[in-house]
Design a protein around this ligand. Structure first.
Ligand code: PSV
Ligand code: MN
Ligand code: MN
Length: 425
C-alpha cells in the first residue's frame, strides 16, 4: 500500500514541531551542527521487523484473532512497507523458516515487493522448537542437543536449508534460538547436552557462506522450565568463541532473569567483539514480549548508552537490531510503531549524553555527577529530534496518528478480510 499525503499531514504540525525543536536546542544548549549530527545518526538507524510479529500472537491459554492480518509473506512485506513509509526506521524484515518458506517461483515477486518499499532481508531464523507436519523425527526431547544423532542431523539439515533460503533473498545471517533443555532434574546430562549442541552448531557454522554470521540467542527458561542448554550469555559466548569469528551472541531483552544487569552484558560483549545485536521487547516477569519501553525505558536508555559508547570507540561496529515482541491484544502494526519509537527515543537520549564529562566524573569518583549526567540526558524530551529525523527521510511527523487518521487497518481489512491466519502467527 502506497501511503499518500504524508507531506501535507506533516505540514499541519510544522509550527509546533519547529518550536519544540528550538526549545530542545536551547534547553540542552546544543548548536545546529550538534543537532544535525544527532539527526544524521538517527536517520541511518534501522530496526528489522520479524515476519511473525505482524499478526496477533497468543498465549498458551488462547489467541484472540486480530483483523486484516497478513495471510502470506507478500502481505507481511506490505505491512513492513507501511511501517517503513511511516517511520523510515523499519527498513528490514526477518524471516522465520519454515513459516516463510519460499518456492523458486515466488522469489522474484518477494524480492520485488521488498525492493518497492526499500526493505532488506535481515537475519533468517530456524525453527526446531516445533514439529512440522510430515516431519519424520520429533523435537519433543530437543533438537541439536538430542541424544539421537538422527534427530540432530535433521535439525542441522533444517538449519542449512534456512541458510539456503536466506541466500535467495540476500540475508547475511542465521539466528539460532534453541528451546532445547530439560523440564525435570535428571532428564539431561548438562555437559553432554552442551557438547552435542556445540558439535551440531559447528556443522551448521561450517556451512555458513563466507560473508555470513551466526547469531546465538540464549534464554534461561521456557518452554523447558528446569534448564535450557544455552541458558545465558556466558554459554552463548563460549559457543560463539569456540565456533569462530562468524559466530556472535545475540541479546534478547526478554531472555534474562529478573534484575539482570543487561547493560553490563552489552559492554562485556562489545569489549570482546562478540555482540551480534538485539531483539528488543520489554517485560516485567520474563519473556513477556511486550512493547519496547513499556515498562523499563531507563534500562533501555542505559543499554543504548553502552551501545553509543561502543559505536564511538569502534565506528565499524555493525550490530543487528530487531523487534521481537508479540501482540496479544493490540493491533500489531500500532504496537510495532510504538516499539520503534521507544527504541529511537532511547537512542536519541543516549546520543545526548556528554561522554567526555561522564568519563571525568568517573575518573574523579564523582558518583553524584555521573548519575546526574545520565539522568539529565534521560529526562530530556527528545521526541522533536526523532520526529525531525523521520520527517527529513519522508516519514510521518506522528506515525501512529497518521495510521489512525488514514484508517490504515480499516483499509487492510477491506482488502484482506476480517480474519486471516498466516503460518507462524
Ligand atoms: C522465543 O523465546 C523467541 O521469542 C526467541 O526470542 C526467538 O528469537 C523468537 O522466539 C523466534 O524464534
Ligand atoms: Mn528473540
Ligand atoms: Mn523470546
Amino acid at each position: 500500500m502506497q501511503l499518500k499525503d504524508i507531506n501535507s499531514f506533516n505540514e499541519s504540525y510544522r509550527l509546533q514541531h519547529l518550536k519544540a525543536l528550538d526549545y530542545l536546542k536551547v534547553s540542552r544548549n546544543i548548536t545546529d551542527d550538534q543537532l544535525l549530527d544527532i539527526v544524521q545518526q538517527l536517520k541511518t538507524f534501522q530496526v528489522a521487523i520479524p515476519s511473525w510479529a505482524l499478526g496477533t500472537g497468543g498465549t498458551r491459554f488462547g489467541r484472540f484473532s486480530g483483523a486484516g492480518e497478513p495471510g502470506d509473506l507478500q502481505q507481511k512485506i506490505q505491512d513492513v512497507g507501511i511501517l517503513h513509509q511511516l517511520n523510515r526506521s523499519s527498513g528490514a524484515i526477518s524471516l522465520h523458516i519454515p513459516w516463510d518458506t519460499l518456492s523458486e517461483d515466488e522469489i522474484q515477486t518477494i524480492r520485488e515487493e521488498a525492493a518497492q518499499y526499500e526493505i532488506l532481508f535481515d537475519a533468517v531464523n530456524s525453527n526446531t522448537f516445533q514439529d512440522q507436519e510430515g516431519q519424520s523425527l520429533s523435537y519433543k526431547f530437543g533438537s541439536l542437543c538430542h541424544v539421537d544423532k538422527a534427530v540432530r542431523n535433521q535439525a542441522i539439515a533444517h538449519m542449512k536449508e534456512v541458510i539456503d533460503q536466506g541466500q535467495l533473498v540476500g540475508s547475511k545471517s542465521l539466528t539460532v534460538w534453541l528451546s532445547d533443555g530439560a523440564s525435570f532434574p535428571g532428564q539431561l546430562d548438562f555437559k553432554e547436552a552442551l557438547q552435542r549442541v556445540e558439535e551440531s552448531l559447528r556443522e551448521v557454522y561450517d556451512y555458513l557462506p563466507e560473508d555470513w554470521q551466526m547469531f546465538i540467542e540464549y534464554k534461561p527458561y521456557e518452554p523447558n522450565f528446569y534448564s535450557t542448554v544455552i541458558s545465558d550469555w556466558g554459554t552463548s559466548y563460549l559457543l560463539a568463541e569456540s565456533l569462530g569469528p562468524k559466530a556472535k551472541t545475540l541479546v534478547d531483552l526478554g531472555h534474562h532473569l529478573p534484575n539482570t544487569n543487561i547493560e553490563q552484558i552489552v559492554a562485556t560483549l562489545i569489549y570482546k567483539n562478540k555482540l551480534a545485536g538485539f531483539h528488543f521487547n520489554d517485560s516485567k516477569y520474563g519473556d513477556d514480549d511486550l512493547t519496547v519501553g513499556a515498562l523499563k525505558p531507563y534500562q533501555l536508555f542505559l543499554i543504548f548508552c553502552e551501545l553509543v559508547k561502543g559505536m564511538k570507540d569502534n565506528p565499524s561496529l555493525s550490530l543487528a537490531w530487531m523487534i521481537d515482541a508479540s501482540h496479544n491484544i493490540k493491533d500489531p502494526l500500532e504496537d510495532i510503531l510504538q516499539s520503534v519509537e521507544a527504541i529511537m527515543l532511547a537512542y536519541a537520549q543516549a546520543l545526548m549524553v556528554d561522554y567526555k564529562a561522564l568519563k571525568e566524573t568517573q575518573l574523579a569518583n564523582d558518583v553524584t555527577y555521573a548519575q546526574e549526567i545520565l539522568q539529565d540526558a534521560y529526562r530530556t524530551d527528545v521526541r522533536p529530534v526523532v520526529a525531525e529525523a523521520r520527517i527529513q527521510e519522508g516519514g510521518a511527523y506522528d506515525p501512529l496518528q497518521y495510521y489512525r487518521q488514514y484508517q490504515l487497518r480499516e483499509q487492510l481489512i477491506e482488502k484482506r478480510g476480517l480474519y486471516v491466519k498466516a503460518s507462524g502467527l
